[in-house]
Design a protein around this ligand. Structure first.
Ligand code: NMX
Ligand code: MLT
Length: 437
């Protein structure tokens, strides 16, 4: 057993016992009242998930095991002091609950590089069977499902493993799956956009550096951006669509490939992870319509107003939980201001930021008028030469694996049961609230 697994189980067992004890002793305690509005409004604010990897504060944004994004950038191991933290370290933090050492990060980096080497050939055949015009998320998800032939978890379940030990094959599957996602994503990118000119992995590189390398970007700048991108998209507590779906499907004891693939189908929705691609289409249409990539503030305002008047959302703005500018937006803007302040797309993103919040407030209905992570991520990638918008959600997905799959290991450690909330008909709600015509 590797030492990370040993550490995990030494922390995980007592916590799993604590969960059982709290449930036994306090199971009848009322922790929250739920209103009809909450149910009809997509369960907003209904506390119904046990998630340990991260927690979202509406005003402050995300914290991973208690650490904010600025704190992660300061405290997680990096390759160079002035670089970005390695996502391997964030994975360790989310899994173990403690900051990793450089050795821990090196161990994970090397383990992933090794595990990434044995992707079965049929996975690439499955991708190749799809038309290149299929959206990268379709190809990505097909590949994830195709990899489930390798599932340790499925095999262990069928062999009758004691359920207290389910976390172990789950850990093995999660490690394999995470290690392989950059290879898959880069393969799809090169297949669709670079005439199938594939680039071999370089096992001496870190997980994100290798992804940049296999996509065809070997500069230190793009690798640094990729590390940042992979860290900030990794997790957003348990209730977002991709995390919740992965967890829900996993609760049926589906293997990590089935569970993560389900989550990725949710990420592909325009209100969730596909928003990063849609922001780019929205900006591109603005540039085309106005005939300039440096429009005036007034022109941007009029264009945004037109979007709203047509009954469409402004992609990259708003959030179901956040009520302030997303710190993931801020950190990317800081990064851009530091390294590429003159980039036209970054200038445009700033102009949009100047005008859109006021317009959204004026609608009188938008609860959060501020930008989210997607308002800038595509512009940043594009400014660094990754200009093919359809791959942005797939890159989000590679990163999101870190958080949701770590939680899946913890779900099995906690021994959480199959998830099964109650639904009611409209008549039931009408009776319940005492509605009379
Ligand atoms: N532009 C226009 N209208 C909006 C926007 C926006 N950016 N955000 C919310 N609204 C509308 C929303 O459609 C709803 O209208 P109606 O009552 O007519 O149905 C109303 O404002 C109230 O919605 P909220 O309660 O503020 O937002 P909700 O929690 O339902 O949805 C989002 C959150 C993120 C789905 C929503 O803000 C949105 O559609 N934003 C644009 C898409 C986007 O950027 N998604 C990415 C989210 C982050 N991620 O990566 O996943
Ligand atoms: C996310 O990163 O998952 C999004 O911001 C959506 C959310 O938190 O609901």
């Amino acid at each position: 057993m590797d030492y990370i697994k040993e550490k995990l189980i030494s922390i995980g067992r007592p916590q799993a016992e604590l969960v059982k004890k709290i449930q036994k002793d306090y199971g009848n305690k009322v922790i929250q009242e739920v209103t009809l509005d909450q149910v009809f409004a997509g369960m907003r604010g209904v506390v119904s998930l046990l998630t340990c990897t991260s927690k979202l504060d509406p005003e402050e944004g995300i914290r991973f095991r208690g650490y904010s994004i600025p704190e992660l950038r300061e405290k997680l191991p990096k390759i160079k002091e002035d670089g970005e933290p390695l996502p391997e370290g964030l994975f360790y933090l989310m899994l173990i609950g403690e900051l990793p050492s450089h050795e821990d990060v090196k161990f994970i980096s090397e383990a992933w590089a090794k595990r990434a080497q044995n992707i079965p050939h049929h996975v690439f055949d499955v991708i190749d069977a799809l038309p290149k015009s299929a959206h990268p998320m379709i190809q990505f998800n097909a590949a994830i499902l195709a990899m489930s032939t390798e599932s340790h978890f499925r095999r262990a379940y069928l062999s009758g493993l004691d359920k207290k030990e389910y976390w172990d094959p789950m850990y093995e599957g999660v490690m394999d799956l995470i290690s392989r996602l950059p290879v898959i994503a880069a393969y799809i990118y090169r297949r669709v956009f670079h005439n199938e000119k594939y680039i071999d992995p370089d096992p001496s590189l870190d997980w994100s550096g290798n992804l940049a390398h296999m996509m065809g970007f070997d500069s230190e700048e793009v690798k640094r951006l990729m590390r940042l991108y992979m860290v900030i998209h990794a997790d957003h507590e348990g209730g977002n669509v991709s995390a919740h779906t992965t967890h829900l499907v996993g609760s049926a004891l589906s293997n990590p490939y089935y569970s993560f693939s389900a989550g990725m189908n949710g990420l592909a929705g325009p209100l969730h992870g596909m928003a990063n691609q849609n922001v780019m289409h929205w900006l591109e249409r603005m540039i085309d319509e106005l005939g300039t990539d440096a429009p005036s503030t007034e022109q941007v305002r009029a264009y945004a107003q037109k979007t709203l008047s047509a009954g469409n959302v402004i992609p990259g703005y708003g959030h179901a939980v956040l009520r302030k500018t997303d710190p993931r937006f801020t950190v990317q803007l800081d990064f851009a201001n530091k390294y590429i302040p003159e980039a036209p797309l970054i200038q445009l993103v700033k102009k949009v930021y100047e005008v859109v919040p006021d317009l959204l407030v004026q609608t009188g209905k938008v609860k959060n008028p501020w930008p989210n992570v997607d308002a800038i991520s595509g512009s940043l990638l594009s400014s660094y030469g990754i200009t093919e918008y359809p791959v942005y959600t797939m890159l989000f997905g590679v990163s999101r694996a870190l958080g949701v799959l770590t939680q899946l290991i913890w779900d099995r450690l906690y021994g959480l049961p199959i998830e099964r909330p109650k639904s009611q008909t409209l008549d039931w709600f009408i009776d319940k609230v005492g509605y009379k015509e």
